[in-house]
Design a protein around this ligand. Structure first.
Ligand SMILES: [Zn+2]
Length: 309
């Protein structure tokens, strides 16, 4: 039996660099300082850091970490890859405390790594949901508590989340809402859905005017538009409700004390795992590869994460 974590890139930093470089630089290394690709050499020697290159066009050194979520981190790259594997592969998420104990990094480092990895999970996909007339489920849910609010009946004090599921691809995208309102939900729908999309929601009034922007709008108990009969069986929001139940189980079990300012990163994490889930034909290895594609252009400093020093 071979453990998935026995692969060399999880244990050997050189192998980890080779693994990441093959994905970030499929055409070979390019200099992040001057963009050069021709006169680049790998630095050798015992005292040289793994993965260190020198560009002889601008005479500056660099590694593949520059411009990625790994930039400025002292954690060995193979430990980063272990962290990514663990977060990408655990259905409900994994706590910073667990990462700290498993990886042998400090709790503070574990917390920060996890947030950077969530940034890599954030989808930049420009693909519209519901393209070609596909169905898109939209629904909102409430979780936890907004800082400095009083707990009372109803949902006002809770954090609000909107999720969209593209029924054809099975992909999820979700967003933090300051309030459940037409003004907040409208732009999100317009940015993510194709005009020809067929929107599916519950009967919340907020969707009534917004549904008019798309080919048709069905609600769980009511449908206005064409193809009424053929659609009756499809009139549900079970998919998005299923997504929320995974999300809530994870948030309650692992990330109980999430603040609203970090919630979008947790949502990115749950979106990522849901979109790349086993039921859609993905496995742990290709999920880890997909995650690696998201590491560039998302460097997060401790300050922007709002970390506790
Ligand atoms: Zn250069």
């Amino acid at each position: 039996m071979v453990s998935a974590l026995s692969a060399p890139h999880f244990h050997d930093e050189k192998a980890a660099f080779a693994y990441v470089e093959a994905r970030v630089w499929p055409e070979g290394p390019n200099c992040p300082h001057c963009g050069g690709v021709e006169r680049i050499s790998l630095m050798g020697g015992k005292s040289t850091r793994a993965g260190l290159y020198k560009c002889y066009q601008c005479r500056k050194p660099f590694t593949v970490r520059i411009g990625t979520i790994f930039e400025g981190s002292h954690v060995p790259l193979n430990i980063w890859l272990q962290a990514m594997y663990l977060i990408a592969g655990s259905k409900k998420g994994i706590s910073a405390n667990q990462l700290h104990r498993t990886l042998g990094v400090t709790l503070k480092t574990a917390w920060f790594m996890a947030h950077r990895i969530r940034e890599a999970m954030r989808s930049d996909s420009p693909e519209a949901f519901g393209a070609g007339g596909g169905m898109v489920e939209a629904d909102e849910t409430y979780i936890g508590q907004v800082k400095d609010t009083k707990k009372r009946q109803g949902y006002q004090h809770k954090m609000k989340v909107l999720a969209l599921i593209d029924r054809n691809s099975g992909a999820a995208r979700s967003y933090v809402l300051p309030e459940v309102s037409i003004a907040n939900i409208g732009p999100i729908l317009n940015a993510n859905l194709a005009r020809e999309a067929r929107l599916m929601t519950d009967e919340a009034r907020v969707y009534v005017p917004l549904g008019k922007n798309f080919a048709s709008h069905g609600t769980v108990n009511h449908f206005a538009g064409e193809y009424v009969d053929a659609w009756k069986a499809q009139n549900h929001t079970n998919t998005v409700e299923g997504f929320f139940s995974i999300f809530k189980r994870g948030m309650r079990g692992i990330y109980q004390h999430c603040q609203e300012k970090h919630l979008h990163r947790y949502l990115a994490e749950f979106d990522f795992r849901y979109t790349n889930r086993v039921a859609l034909g993905h496995n742990d290895a290709d999920r880890a590869d997909t995650l690696l594609k998201g590491i560039t252009g998302k460097r997060l400093t401790y300050q922007t994460v709002g970390g506790r020093a």
